[in-house]
Design a protein around this ligand. Sequence first.
Ligand code: ADP
Ligand code: MG
Length: 756
Amino acid sequence: MSGRRLRTLDGLPVAELKAVTPRKVPGLRALGIDTVLDLLTHYPRRYVDRTNQASIASLSEGQEGVVTAKVVRTSQRRLRGGRSTAEIVLHDGSAPLTCTFFNQGWRAKQFAEGQEVTVFGKLRMYRGQRQMANPVIDLVGDQTGRIVPIYRQSGKANVSSVELARYVAEALERAGAFAEPVPARYLAGLALVDRSAAFHDVHAPSDLPAKDAARRRLAFDELLRLQLLLVRRKRAVAESSVGLVHDTRSGGLVAQFVGHLPFELTGAQRRAIATIAGDLALPHPMNRLLQGDVGSGKTVVAVAAMLYGVQGAHQGAFMAPTEVLADQHFLSVRHLLEGLMVPDESRLGGVRPLAVDLLTSRTTTAERGRILGDLASGQLDIIVGTHALLTEDVGFRSLGVVVVDEQHRFGVEQRAALAEKGLAEPDLLVMTATPIPRTAAMTVYGDLDHTTLDEMPPGRTPISTRLLRWDQQDAAWKRVRAELDAGHQAYVVCPLVGGGAMEEEGFESEDLAAGEDEDADADADEDEDAGQRPGEDAGDAGRLSIDLDAERPPPRAAVEERERLAASELAGYTVGLLHGQLAPKDKDGVMAAFRAGEIQVLVATTVVEVGVDVANATVMVIEDADRFGIAQLHQLRGRVGRGQAKSYCLLLANPVTELAAGRLEAMARTENGFELAEADLDLRGEGTVLGARQKGRTDLKIASLRRHRDLVLKAREVATAIIEDDPELSDPDYHLLWDEVSLFVSEEERQFLFRS
Ligand code: ADP
Ligand code: MG
């Protein structure tokens, strides 16, 4: 095997490059570049084709384009809350252009009058002026090449894109040819360029097709490393762990449970339960992902899985990511299991009611003591709780089946903690709260088997979803009053709790994601080749007219909104309040009153997201809907449309970014969670989809679950073939490939990989 190995480059400090002066080292470090390998994998976030630029005057309203122009004037405007906006006026001889950078005031200081810059963005006419909002902007530098790579830079690092290109050029020259880690037989038919071409052309392509080919190759390598790890882990779990063999042929408890349900299972639920029964009967532990849209009935499937364990005298655990969700799951699980009996020889008649309990940090010490005792003795069959269930002092008599209801948060450590709770490793069913895209499922949950509930229970009615700007809110309240007058109920959801506390709750991750569109680099990183794909807009149907100059109003708080609505738009109706900071007892009281119809309107935070099931509620108003993510909006909307009557979802927002507007448009377009998940991926990229489960070097730097959907599938195929061929990782053919996997994977994953 000849050629440069990546590991060698990783051993070479970037400071050893002649072009890198000591003064630049801290800035490079700030960009995450310590070694030559770091530098070569600091890929351009996009490219400017200098032969293919527009003049400012030639761009029409709504058109995207790259322009090169001189800076005429810069200014910075401070807004409330420490935020600031920069305005940079450019001129290219054909017309002036005003670039506005919301929340990026520092941009004003980045450029000086007379400098030449390249700008990529969408032209808007505003009060007769040409404008671009948050465009991608870079100093041009004096390169003569036609295709100029643009690297990620930041205000702090003080390393320019031009400098990075110079360092990379030296690194490439000194590296020479690269070794090929993937045996040729696997690359055949994939039409991928070799490693040397890939590293050269990703940084210094002679034309745009060359950089596309380079990026595909490097993306494939990233995805292959990840899939090797996942397929290997899946196999290791299957082979090395000792699991329980559950008897799933005698229907027993599960048959009793299904027979007692007030409805027929859907075909999808039936199939999922049969698949799970098959897994449970095998000697190695189940590791299965159950996906299904909101309301597809995952809970019933999860309960059936736990009952297969219970009927063999084992126990079930149901873990939720938050206390609120644990509470809600507990209520629905307990409700579903009412009346079921399990064998108990110590009781008269040889049976006792199946026992379910809840364990969270709110459980009192005395209760906790009793619950731990019952878990240890086996008097408790099913426990619902948070990750508190994984703590050391929680011991089971025989933990059989574990259900984890959450997205992205159950990793290697948690699984290891579970394995220590019994002699045998319990069977594991992971459920996602909302569907995730196929490529993401294959990546984030690539070490699990997959089942999808692709059928909704009958009886849900379509929901009419409308987007309303704040100046149109009257229409929302009119609809709410009409529904209330017809005897129905309503939800009003606000992003904040309020009452002075103003503590945001429930939507932390999504709102961070929503905030990302204002982040300096996030939008620029969105699409590295956006500049070459003008006008590829996903249709104009239902577009909100986005007034980017409009101020985004401060977020509404439930406490204050309830006061306001009860005194104005909804005066005369009973308006209740629900949020996470109420005492549990008060929360239960409010929910009971809403269920009983004593409260007509429930003003709430996202605590109503999951588990609340009131069929008589036919309208939901979501205030500041632009502050929520798609998955969360979808969950919230799932609270209505549960009965026979027509239902409405009204999204109130003045979105100030195209991304936020895109999310709301997607919500109005479809009710299908799988379609929304794909739309979310298209809009936001994969960062938030991958979440915390991929950290450090396993981050996908160049592969995109969105643009490389086909490569994800191919990488999976190749990884599976390689692991089948060489499960022991011993074949010299794969030596370099495995070495790269260990070079790029995090310590945590490496331990897992090389443990077995
Ligand atoms: P998910 O967790 O998938 O969002 P749930 O398990 O909470 O969905 O179920 C949503 C609602 O549908 C619950 O009220 C549940 O009792 C009901 N349900 C589940 N399965 C069926 C079915 N086959 N037919 C009718 N209703 C069902
Ligand atoms: Mg549910």
